[in-house]
Design a protein around this ligand. Structure first.
Ligand code: UT7
Length: 335
Protein backbone atom coordinates (compact mmCIF):
# COMPACT_ATOMS: atom_id res chain seq x y z
CA UNK A 1 0.00 0.00 0.00
CA UNK A 2 1.42 3.39 -0.91
CA UNK A 3 0.83 6.14 1.55
CA UNK A 4 -0.70 9.35 0.19
CA UNK A 5 1.62 12.34 -0.05
CA UNK A 6 0.55 15.17 2.22
CA UNK A 7 -0.37 18.54 0.82
CA UNK A 8 1.88 21.45 1.78
CA UNK A 9 1.00 25.10 2.10
CA UNK A 10 2.58 27.73 -0.11
CA UNK A 11 2.80 31.25 1.19
CA UNK A 12 3.64 34.67 -0.17
CA UNK A 13 7.04 35.21 -1.80
CA UNK A 14 7.93 37.70 0.92
CA UNK A 15 6.54 39.24 4.11
CA UNK A 16 6.55 42.85 5.27
CA UNK A 17 5.29 45.08 8.06
CA UNK A 18 2.15 46.74 6.65
CA UNK A 19 1.20 49.01 9.56
CA UNK A 20 2.21 50.04 13.08
CA UNK A 21 0.19 51.13 16.10
CA UNK A 22 0.88 52.18 19.70
CA UNK A 23 -0.91 52.75 22.97
CA UNK A 24 0.81 54.86 25.61
CA UNK A 25 -0.91 54.91 29.02
CA UNK A 26 -2.27 58.30 30.10
CA UNK A 27 -0.42 58.69 33.40
CA UNK A 28 3.05 60.24 33.07
CA UNK A 29 5.29 59.42 36.04
CA UNK A 30 8.42 61.56 36.53
CA UNK A 31 11.48 60.21 38.35
CA UNK A 32 10.64 62.50 41.28
CA UNK A 33 7.58 60.35 42.06
CA UNK A 34 9.70 57.20 42.54
CA UNK A 35 12.93 58.31 44.19
CA UNK A 36 11.87 58.47 47.83
CA UNK A 37 10.95 54.78 48.13
CA UNK A 38 14.30 53.67 46.64
CA UNK A 39 16.63 56.33 48.10
CA UNK A 40 17.52 57.56 44.64
CA UNK A 41 17.45 60.86 42.77
CA UNK A 42 16.19 62.24 39.48
CA UNK A 43 19.82 63.02 38.59
CA UNK A 44 21.03 59.44 39.26
CA UNK A 45 18.22 57.87 37.22
CA UNK A 46 18.76 60.24 34.28
CA UNK A 47 22.53 59.73 34.36
CA UNK A 48 22.39 55.94 34.65
CA UNK A 49 19.46 55.23 32.33
CA UNK A 50 18.46 58.34 30.36
CA UNK A 51 14.91 57.98 31.72
CA UNK A 52 13.12 61.26 32.60
CA UNK A 53 9.54 60.00 32.76
CA UNK A 54 7.63 56.80 32.07
CA UNK A 55 3.95 55.83 31.73
CA UNK A 56 2.13 53.77 34.36
CA UNK A 57 -1.22 52.25 33.40
CA UNK A 58 -4.36 53.20 35.31
CA UNK A 59 -6.88 50.53 36.36
CA UNK A 60 -8.87 50.61 33.09
CA UNK A 61 -5.68 50.38 31.01
CA UNK A 62 -5.45 46.61 31.18
CA UNK A 63 -3.19 44.49 28.96
CA UNK A 64 -6.29 43.63 26.95
CA UNK A 65 -7.39 47.28 26.54
CA UNK A 66 -3.89 48.51 25.59
CA UNK A 67 -3.45 45.61 23.13
CA UNK A 68 -6.77 46.27 21.41
CA UNK A 69 -6.02 49.99 21.06
CA UNK A 70 -2.51 49.50 19.66
CA UNK A 71 -3.72 46.73 17.34
CA UNK A 72 -6.66 48.76 16.00
CA UNK A 73 -4.27 51.60 15.13
CA UNK A 74 -1.93 49.17 13.36
CA UNK A 75 -4.88 47.76 11.37
CA UNK A 76 -5.97 51.30 10.43
CA UNK A 77 -2.42 52.15 9.34
CA UNK A 78 -2.33 48.98 7.21
CA UNK A 79 -5.79 49.72 5.78
CA UNK A 80 -7.06 46.30 6.88
CA UNK A 81 -10.26 45.07 8.48
CA UNK A 82 -9.92 42.83 11.60
CA UNK A 83 -11.69 40.06 9.65
CA UNK A 84 -8.67 39.86 7.35
CA UNK A 85 -6.42 38.78 10.24
CA UNK A 86 -5.62 35.04 10.26
CA UNK A 87 -3.43 34.98 13.36
CA UNK A 88 -2.83 37.09 16.46
CA UNK A 89 0.45 36.78 18.34
CA UNK A 90 0.76 38.58 21.67
CA UNK A 91 4.18 38.97 23.28
CA UNK A 92 3.95 39.67 27.00
CA UNK A 93 5.09 38.63 30.46
CA UNK A 94 2.41 40.56 32.32
CA UNK A 95 -0.83 38.82 31.36
CA UNK A 96 -1.40 37.56 34.88
CA UNK A 97 -3.32 34.42 34.04
CA UNK A 98 -1.64 31.10 33.53
CA UNK A 99 -4.23 30.15 30.94
CA UNK A 100 -5.86 30.94 28.57
CA UNK A 101 -3.54 33.21 26.62
CA UNK A 102 -4.34 36.90 26.10
CA UNK A 103 -4.34 36.67 22.29
CA UNK A 104 -7.76 34.97 21.78
CA UNK A 105 -9.45 37.62 23.95
CA UNK A 106 -7.75 40.49 22.12
CA UNK A 107 -8.67 38.93 18.76
CA UNK A 108 -12.33 38.65 19.75
CA UNK A 109 -12.47 42.21 21.13
CA UNK A 110 -10.98 43.48 17.88
CA UNK A 111 -13.60 41.70 15.80
CA UNK A 112 -11.31 39.14 14.18
CA UNK A 113 -13.03 35.97 13.00
CA UNK A 114 -11.61 33.09 15.03
CA UNK A 115 -7.98 33.51 14.02
CA UNK A 116 -5.15 31.39 15.38
CA UNK A 117 -4.21 33.23 18.55
CA UNK A 118 -1.44 32.57 21.03
CA UNK A 119 0.99 34.33 23.38
CA UNK A 120 4.76 34.39 23.18
CA UNK A 121 6.81 34.50 26.39
CA UNK A 122 10.23 35.81 25.48
CA UNK A 123 10.22 38.87 27.78
CA UNK A 124 11.80 41.98 26.26
CA UNK A 125 12.69 39.98 23.13
CA UNK A 126 9.07 38.86 22.65
CA UNK A 127 8.00 41.32 19.96
CA UNK A 128 10.94 40.45 17.68
CA UNK A 129 10.21 36.73 18.26
CA UNK A 130 6.61 37.40 17.24
CA UNK A 131 7.70 39.31 14.16
CA UNK A 132 9.98 36.47 13.04
CA UNK A 133 7.22 33.93 13.61
CA UNK A 134 4.69 36.06 11.72
CA UNK A 135 7.06 36.54 8.79
CA UNK A 136 7.59 32.77 8.54
CA UNK A 137 3.82 32.13 8.81
CA UNK A 138 3.09 34.49 5.92
CA UNK A 139 5.86 33.00 3.78
CA UNK A 140 5.02 29.45 4.82
CA UNK A 141 1.35 29.78 3.96
CA UNK A 142 -0.19 29.27 7.42
CA UNK A 143 -1.53 32.84 7.54
CA UNK A 144 -1.91 35.75 5.13
CA UNK A 145 -2.11 38.59 7.65
CA UNK A 146 -0.74 38.33 11.19
CA UNK A 147 -1.16 40.82 14.00
CA UNK A 148 1.85 40.97 16.32
CA UNK A 149 1.36 42.80 19.61
CA UNK A 150 3.88 43.60 22.35
CA UNK A 151 2.14 44.61 25.57
CA UNK A 152 3.18 45.03 29.19
CA UNK A 153 1.63 46.22 32.44
CA UNK A 154 4.85 45.69 34.35
CA UNK A 155 3.64 47.85 37.23
CA UNK A 156 1.56 44.83 38.29
CA UNK A 157 4.75 42.86 38.95
CA UNK A 158 7.03 45.71 39.93
CA UNK A 159 8.23 46.24 43.50
CA UNK A 160 8.37 50.02 43.78
CA UNK A 161 10.77 49.61 46.73
CA UNK A 162 13.27 47.57 44.71
CA UNK A 163 16.25 49.86 43.94
CA UNK A 164 17.23 47.69 40.98
CA UNK A 165 14.00 47.77 38.96
CA UNK A 166 11.48 50.34 40.23
CA UNK A 167 12.84 53.24 38.15
CA UNK A 168 13.33 51.31 34.88
CA UNK A 169 10.20 49.39 33.96
CA UNK A 170 6.89 50.77 32.65
CA UNK A 171 3.66 50.02 30.78
CA UNK A 172 2.40 50.27 27.19
CA UNK A 173 1.56 48.43 23.99
CA UNK A 174 2.76 48.42 20.39
CA UNK A 175 1.54 46.43 17.39
CA UNK A 176 2.43 45.58 13.82
CA UNK A 177 0.47 43.96 11.00
CA UNK A 178 2.58 41.54 8.97
CA UNK A 179 1.40 40.46 5.54
CA UNK A 180 2.41 39.42 2.02
CA UNK A 181 4.78 41.50 -0.06
CA UNK A 182 6.31 41.43 -3.55
CA UNK A 183 9.70 42.40 -2.14
CA UNK A 184 11.46 41.32 1.08
CA UNK A 185 10.29 43.47 4.01
CA UNK A 186 11.56 41.45 6.98
CA UNK A 187 15.06 39.94 6.91
CA UNK A 188 15.95 36.51 8.37
CA UNK A 189 15.97 36.65 12.16
CA UNK A 190 19.08 36.13 14.28
CA UNK A 191 17.87 34.83 17.61
CA UNK A 192 18.94 32.72 20.56
CA UNK A 193 18.97 32.31 24.31
CA UNK A 194 21.29 31.55 27.21
CA UNK A 195 19.65 29.56 29.99
CA UNK A 196 22.90 29.65 31.97
CA UNK A 197 21.87 33.22 32.78
CA UNK A 198 18.26 32.31 33.64
CA UNK A 199 18.45 34.00 37.04
CA UNK A 200 19.68 37.43 35.88
CA UNK A 201 16.17 38.76 35.18
CA UNK A 202 13.36 36.76 36.65
CA UNK A 203 10.19 36.56 38.67
CA UNK A 204 11.64 36.70 42.16
CA UNK A 205 9.29 34.21 43.82
CA UNK A 206 8.38 30.89 42.19
CA UNK A 207 4.57 30.33 42.20
CA UNK A 208 5.04 26.99 44.00
CA UNK A 209 6.85 28.76 46.86
CA UNK A 210 4.17 31.45 46.96
CA UNK A 211 1.41 28.83 47.18
CA UNK A 212 3.24 26.88 49.89
CA UNK A 213 3.90 30.00 51.97
CA UNK A 214 1.93 30.92 55.11
CA UNK A 215 2.31 34.59 54.22
CA UNK A 216 2.19 34.72 50.43
CA UNK A 217 3.70 37.71 48.64
CA UNK A 218 3.00 38.91 45.10
CA UNK A 219 5.83 37.66 42.87
CA UNK A 220 7.94 40.55 41.62
CA UNK A 221 10.45 41.19 38.89
CA UNK A 222 14.09 41.16 39.90
CA UNK A 223 17.20 41.96 37.86
CA UNK A 224 20.96 41.77 38.34
CA UNK A 225 21.35 44.99 36.40
CA UNK A 226 25.12 45.24 36.15
CA UNK A 227 25.51 41.74 34.68
CA UNK A 228 22.65 42.27 32.21
CA UNK A 229 24.14 45.63 31.27
CA UNK A 230 27.51 44.07 30.42
CA UNK A 231 25.93 41.23 28.43
CA UNK A 232 23.65 43.59 26.51
CA UNK A 233 26.32 46.18 25.68
CA UNK A 234 28.87 43.71 24.28
CA UNK A 235 27.12 40.53 23.15
CA UNK A 236 24.11 42.27 21.61
CA UNK A 237 26.22 44.56 19.39
CA UNK A 238 27.64 41.37 17.82
CA UNK A 239 24.15 39.94 17.32
CA UNK A 240 23.08 43.22 15.70
CA UNK A 241 25.99 42.92 13.28
CA UNK A 242 24.99 39.31 12.50
CA UNK A 243 21.46 40.52 11.71
CA UNK A 244 22.89 43.06 9.24
CA UNK A 245 25.02 40.30 7.67
CA UNK A 246 22.00 38.00 7.33
CA UNK A 247 20.02 40.82 5.75
CA UNK A 248 22.85 41.30 3.25
CA UNK A 249 23.42 44.94 4.18
CA UNK A 250 25.98 47.01 6.09
CA UNK A 251 25.57 49.71 8.72
CA UNK A 252 26.00 52.28 5.91
CA UNK A 253 22.78 51.02 4.28
CA UNK A 254 20.75 51.50 7.45
CA UNK A 255 18.43 54.46 8.02
CA UNK A 256 17.12 53.64 11.49
CA UNK A 257 18.35 51.69 14.54
CA UNK A 258 15.71 50.56 17.03
CA UNK A 259 17.31 48.64 19.90
CA UNK A 260 15.26 47.48 22.88
CA UNK A 261 14.74 50.54 25.07
CA UNK A 262 16.45 49.13 28.17
CA UNK A 263 18.92 51.87 29.06
CA UNK A 264 20.18 54.90 27.09
CA UNK A 265 23.77 53.92 27.92
CA UNK A 266 23.26 50.47 26.36
CA UNK A 267 21.74 52.12 23.27
CA UNK A 268 24.76 54.44 22.97
CA UNK A 269 27.26 51.62 23.62
CA UNK A 270 25.69 49.46 20.91
CA UNK A 271 25.64 52.30 18.38
CA UNK A 272 29.34 52.95 19.11
CA UNK A 273 30.33 49.27 18.94
CA UNK A 274 28.52 48.89 15.61
CA UNK A 275 30.18 52.06 14.26
CA UNK A 276 26.85 53.34 13.02
CA UNK A 277 27.29 56.31 10.69
CA UNK A 278 25.88 59.57 12.10
CA UNK A 279 23.18 59.52 9.41
CA UNK A 280 21.49 56.54 11.12
CA UNK A 281 18.63 57.73 13.35
CA UNK A 282 18.66 55.99 16.73
CA UNK A 283 15.48 55.33 18.75
CA UNK A 284 15.57 57.04 22.15
CA UNK A 285 11.98 56.50 23.24
CA UNK A 286 13.22 55.32 26.65
CA UNK A 287 13.69 58.95 27.81
CA UNK A 288 9.97 59.38 28.39
CA UNK A 289 8.63 55.87 28.03
CA UNK A 290 10.91 53.84 30.31
CA UNK A 291 11.59 50.16 29.60
CA UNK A 292 8.33 48.58 28.46
CA UNK A 293 9.81 45.13 27.75
CA UNK A 294 7.88 43.45 24.88
CA UNK A 295 6.26 46.76 23.92
CA UNK A 296 9.47 48.78 23.70
CA UNK A 297 10.46 48.13 20.05
CA UNK A 298 7.07 48.73 18.40
CA UNK A 299 6.51 51.79 20.63
CA UNK A 300 9.92 53.23 19.71
CA UNK A 301 9.51 52.55 15.97
CA UNK A 302 5.98 53.93 15.91
CA UNK A 303 7.20 57.13 17.61
CA UNK A 304 9.94 57.58 14.99
CA UNK A 305 7.40 57.17 12.19
CA UNK A 306 4.96 59.59 13.87
CA UNK A 307 7.75 62.17 14.35
CA UNK A 308 8.92 61.83 10.73
CA UNK A 309 12.32 60.49 11.86
CA UNK A 310 11.66 57.17 10.11
CA UNK A 311 10.08 57.24 6.66
CA UNK A 312 8.26 54.68 4.59
CA UNK A 313 10.82 52.50 2.77
CA UNK A 314 13.61 53.14 5.31
CA UNK A 315 15.67 50.17 6.51
CA UNK A 316 15.38 49.72 10.29
CA UNK A 317 17.46 47.34 12.38
CA UNK A 318 15.50 45.98 15.35
CA UNK A 319 17.20 44.16 18.23
CA UNK A 320 15.52 43.01 21.41
CA UNK A 321 16.99 41.26 24.45
CA UNK A 322 16.08 40.40 28.00
CA UNK A 323 15.07 37.68 30.45
CA UNK A 324 15.99 34.16 29.41
CA UNK A 325 18.40 35.51 28.47
CA UNK A 326 16.65 35.65 25.09
CA UNK A 327 17.35 37.84 22.09
CA UNK A 328 16.16 38.39 18.50
CA UNK A 329 17.16 40.82 15.75
CA UNK A 330 16.07 41.52 12.18
CA UNK A 331 16.00 44.32 9.61
CA UNK A 332 12.61 45.57 8.48
CA UNK A 333 11.44 47.97 5.80
CA UNK A 334 9.49 50.77 7.53
CA UNK A 335 5.86 50.68 6.32
O1 UT7 B 1 14.96 44.98 29.71
C1 UT7 B 1 15.70 43.84 29.97
C2 UT7 B 1 17.15 44.13 29.90
N1 UT7 B 1 17.52 45.01 30.96
C3 UT7 B 1 18.59 45.77 30.85
O2 UT7 B 1 19.23 45.76 29.83
C4 UT7 B 1 18.99 46.61 32.02
C5 UT7 B 1 20.48 46.56 32.21
N2 UT7 B 1 21.00 47.19 33.41
C6 UT7 B 1 20.92 48.52 33.65
O3 UT7 B 1 20.29 49.25 32.92
C7 UT7 B 1 21.71 49.07 34.82
O4 UT7 B 1 22.48 48.04 35.38
C8 UT7 B 1 20.87 49.75 35.93
C9 UT7 B 1 20.30 51.04 35.41
C10 UT7 B 1 19.76 48.81 36.37
C11 UT7 B 1 21.75 50.11 37.13
O5 UT7 B 1 22.80 50.95 36.72
P1 UT7 B 1 24.30 50.58 37.02
O6 UT7 B 1 25.13 51.65 36.46
O7 UT7 B 1 24.58 49.19 36.54
O8 UT7 B 1 24.33 50.64 38.60
P2 UT7 B 1 25.04 49.66 39.63
O9 UT7 B 1 24.10 48.58 40.00
O10 UT7 B 1 26.38 49.27 39.09
O11 UT7 B 1 25.24 50.62 40.86
C12 UT7 B 1 26.12 51.76 40.78
C13 UT7 B 1 25.98 52.58 42.05
C14 UT7 B 1 26.13 51.75 43.32
O12 UT7 B 1 26.76 52.56 44.30
P3 UT7 B 1 28.34 52.43 44.55
O13 UT7 B 1 28.56 51.00 44.97
O14 UT7 B 1 29.01 52.78 43.27
O15 UT7 B 1 28.58 53.42 45.65
C15 UT7 B 1 24.72 51.46 43.76
O16 UT7 B 1 24.59 51.27 45.13
O17 UT7 B 1 24.67 53.15 42.14
C16 UT7 B 1 24.00 52.73 43.34
N3 UT7 B 1 22.60 52.49 43.04
C17 UT7 B 1 21.67 53.44 43.09
N4 UT7 B 1 21.74 54.75 43.42
C18 UT7 B 1 20.59 55.46 43.35
C19 UT7 B 1 22.02 51.34 42.63
N5 UT7 B 1 20.71 51.53 42.39
C20 UT7 B 1 20.47 52.82 42.68
C21 UT7 B 1 19.32 53.63 42.62
N6 UT7 B 1 19.43 54.93 42.95
N7 UT7 B 1 18.13 53.13 42.22
Amino acid sequence: MTRPVLATATGAPHAAVLGLGAYRPRRVVPNADLVEAIESSDEWIQQRTGIRTRRFAEPDETVEMMSVNAAQRALDAAGLDPRQIDAVVVATVSHLMQTPALAPLVATRLGCEQPAAFDVSAACAGFCHGLATASDMVRGGSARHVLVIGVERLTDILDLEDRGTAFIFADGAGAAVVGPSETPGISPVVWGSDGEQFDLIRQREDWRDVMASDSPVTPHLTMQGREVFRWASFTMAKVAQQALDRAGITADDLDVFVPHQANMRIIDAMARAMKLPPSVKVARDIADQGNTSAASIPLALERMVADGEARSGDLALLIAFGAGLAYAAQVVVVP
